[in-house]
Structure formats: structure tokens, C-alpha cells
Design a protein around this ligand. Structure first.
Ligand SMILES: [Zn+2]
Ligand SMILES: [Zn+2]
Length: 347
């Protein structure tokens, strides 16, 4: 079934396989559905609520039950959505489908497909480090595994999340003592909730950009609760003193942000591990906080699935595929998708 091409990459005969990539997205011909399609299709199975994976215009959506309010927030309340629990089994045209925790953000799921004794898992985005908010990653053994590769180079090694959360609180304490507000930039779905859940509320008040408050409000429909007050036009700016303010990166260089002076500002992102990243974004500090797997986590997750066939999507597809083939003796290849390789997915 495999043909050696250029020494490293393999060409797979996809005519019989359970998942293929076409112009619309990842397609399951046998089940007649797509996973995270980027063009309108009839049935879309959604791994998680980030905008590059959950797009508008699908006939009907199937996602984890905690992704449902996020989908309605982003795409409108009139969508046809079916929410399912982790581990629950569905069948579409004879293909068995189940959702398993991906540990990326609230509601994120790996999609397991089973058909005629063959098992495929599409991981969407994932991380192995438990963030204390989303359901931790679960290993699902399979024959074919589709992985992201956002941080698929050995230079990426993330510190334990608990250490980052305490660094953030320590910085907030210093800033407040010196008369500054503390602004943390992180994407509104995922990063923001992780920061809020671990913020030391004894240090002061917490305020939220509207995009973060909207996500929190949607998540409250399925039982989540996060601290922080939405900043509105009525919020008296002089009353915000020594506070922690959580906002998406798009708030940089806006009048909204300037109205919160005096502040010190930090970016929370896996990219902050790169030298010069903080300076390029023009912020005072960078915290290495990521909802993706670093190099070690990617390698470990893939090995544990025991998959012989690995398909690499958004990120460092080329070097990571080569590494899988050479070091792990796998039959890995690239799946060209339209998912973003940037971590800053806005909602
Ligand atoms: Zn994502
Ligand atoms: Zn993604």
C-alpha cells in the first residue's frame, strides 16, 4: 500500500482508507462526514471550538457537549448541533465514532473512528500536560493517528504549568505593589480560562476584556465558573488599581488597552520560548504557556497510540514527518490542512 518516495515520504493509496483530505477537509467516505472541514459540507464533526477548526456554513455539527455553547457563541444560535459526551458511541453509515479528551481546551476531543476492524484517531489539537481546567488527554490506541505539529521541533520544551501559574501570580504581586495593573494577553478560549482558574484572587481584583467575558459566559451554560468582571464603558477606570486584566492578543495597541494605564503587560504563549519573541510583540514579559504539546509530549503521545501510520498536520509537518520515519520507523506522512499553525486562535 505504501510507495517509497524521495527516501523519506511515503505515498499512501487513499482510495480504501477511512480518512482522506480533499478540498473541503478531512473526509470519511464510508461514513459520509468530515472532521473540522474548512468548506461547507453536510455533516461536520468538530474537534474543538477554535476558529480554524470550527467554521461556519455546515449543514449540521457534531461536537463534545461542552463545545456546543462555544459553537453557538461564534456561529450563531440557529445552528444544528448535536453535543456528545466523552466515550459515547455514535454510528454514521456503519462507521463507529467516539470523542476522547484531547486536553487542549474545554470540550476538545480526539475523534476515534472504527470501521471493519480498523481504528483511526484524529487528535485535533492536544497537549499531555493537565492544565487543571480541561479534561486531561487520554491515550487512544489506534492503527492510524493524525497529529498536529505546532511545536514539532526539539527546541520546544515547555515548563510545568504550575510553575508558570505561580510565576504569573508572583509578577502580579510585584506589579500591584509598585502601582501597576497587570495585563495578561492570551487567547480568549483556553489560555484565558487557565490563567483565571489559577489566579490568586487574594492579590486583587480581576477584570476581563469582552471577548474573554463572552467565552466565560458561554461556558457557564455548561457549568464552568471563572473569576473576573467584564470591563464595560461604565467601568470607572480609576477604580481599577493593581488589578489583573485578561485580554486576547488582539487588544494590543488599542485605545481600550491604553485606557487601562498604568500597566505592565505580558504575552502568554508557547512562542514566548523563542528568543526575541517578547521584544517583537512589544510586551514587558513573556510567559511560556501553551495549550499544545511540545516536542516531548508529541513523541510520547504518538508512541503510546501504537499507531503504525501517522499523518502530520499543521505546524512543522516536514521535519516532524521525517523524524517519525527515521527515528521511530513509522510510515508517517503529511496531511495538508488549512488549520492555523499560529497558537493565537481568536474566538
Ligand atoms: Zn486549537
Ligand atoms: Zn489548531
Amino acid at each position: 500500500m505504501f510507495v517509497v518516495k524521495s527516501g523519506f515520504l511515503y505515498e499512501f493509496d487513499f482510495s480504501m482508507s477511512l480518512l482522506t483530505v480533499n478540498d473541503n477537509g478531512l473526509f470519511c467516505k464510508q461514513g459520509d462526514f468530515y472532521i473540522d472541514p474548512w468548506r461547507p459540507v453536510k455533516t461536520a464533526i468538530i474537534t474543538h471550538g477554535h476558529s480554524d477548526h470550527m467554521r461556519a456554513g455546515m449543514g449540521n455539527y457534531i461536537c463534545h457537549q461542552h463545545t456546543v455553547p462555544l459553537l453557538k457563541l461564534r456561529l450563531g444560535g440557529d445552528q444544528v448541533v448535536q453535543g456528545v459526551a466523552y466515550g459515547e458511541r455514535l454510528a454514521l453509515n456503519g462507521v463507529e465514532i467516539s470523542f476522547h479528551p484531547a486536553g487542549h481546551i474545554i470540550g476538545s476531543a480526539q475523534i476515534r473512528l472504527s470501521y471493519q476492524e480498523e481504528v483511526w484517531v484524529c487528535s485535533g489539537d492536544y497537549k499531555l500536560m493537565a492544565d487543571g481546567v480541561s479534561t486531561p488527554f487520554e491515550t487512544v490506541e489506534c492503527d492510524h493517528f493524525i497529529t498536529e505539529s505546532t511545536f514539532g521541533l526539539p527546541i520546544y520544551h515547555f515548563p510545568p504549568l504550575v510553575d508558570v501559574y505561580s510565576d504569573i501570580n508572583r509578577w502580579w504581586r510585584v506589579n500591584a505593589a509598585e502601582g501597576y495593573n497587570t495585563v495578561l494577553l492570551g487567547y480568549a478560549l483556553g489560555k484565558a480560562q487557565n490563567i483565571l482558574a489559577h489566579a490568586d484572587q487574594s492579590l486583587g481584583s480581576i477584570y476581563l476584556h469582552g471577548a474573554v467575558a463572552n467565552v466565560n459566559q458561554a461556558l457557564s451554560e455548561v457549568g464552568y465558573s471563572f473569576p473576573g468582571e467584564r470591563i464595560t464603558l461604565d467601568t470607572v477606570r480609576s477604580s481599577i488599581q493593581g488589578a489583573l486584566i485578561v485580554a486576547p492578543p488582539s487588544a494590543l495597541d488599542t485605545p481600550w488597552l491604553r485606557s487601562l494605564k498604568p500597566y505592565r503587560i505580558a504575552m502568554c504563549s508557547g512562542w514566548m520560548q523563542l528568543r526575541g519573541a517578547r521584544r517583537r510583540r512589544g510586551v514587558d514579559r513573556g510567559f511560556v504557556l501553551s495549550d499544545h504539546a511540545d516536542w516531548t509530549q508529541l513523541n510520547s503521545a504518538i508512541a503510546k497510540t501504537q499507531a503504525k501510520h501517522v499523518y502530520v498536520t499543521h505546524g512543522y509537518e516536514q521535519p516532524f514527518t521525517r523524524w517519525m520515519n527515521e527515528a521511530h520507523g513509522l510510515e508517517a506522512q503529511i496531511f495538508k490542512t488549512l488549520y492555523s499553525d499560529q497558537e493565537e486562535e481568536e474566538i
